[in-house]
Design a protein around this ligand. Sequence first.
Ligand code: 5GP
Ligand code: ZN
Length: 142
Amino acid sequence: MALIGDCIFCKIVAGLAPAHRVHEDDLTVSFLDIKPASRGHVLVVPKRHFADVFGADEESLLRVMANSRRIAHALKGALAPDGLAVHQLNGAAAGQSVFHYHVHLIPRRIGDSSGLHGRALMPASELAETAARIAAALRKSD
Ligand code: 5GP
Ligand code: ZN
């Protein structure tokens, strides 16, 4: 897979930067957000680099959506949230900060603040434990 410049998500896809992965297939990688808006905040990312929906190829988008659905079920099973927010931002004006297309899956609890970006890094041990629980729930659904 071609690395695009300094793109952090290309580096994660290529295994050149660390991430707590929950799922991977030939077209996508899904991993925990390093600054989660809530416990279990997952990013679903195509392996091909394109900045946003306007540069997207349909095959990647369809797979990102299919996997978002599967991972949504796994989050429900693993963490029992009250709801689940699905966000996808295009362009700085929309709040996008990493310019490699991605979908956010954010488990929500009643009374949560509804922000999309967390304020603090989550400790690696907590990310690892959460990723393991989600990955186990995904395996159960196979
Ligand atoms: P955007 O604002 O572009 O929709 O969201 C980008 C997300 O990527 C943010 O929620 C941010 O916390 C997350 N993020 C940025 N850099 C990294 C990183 O190096 N690793 C991981 N796992 N997430 C990152
Ligand atoms: Zn990229």
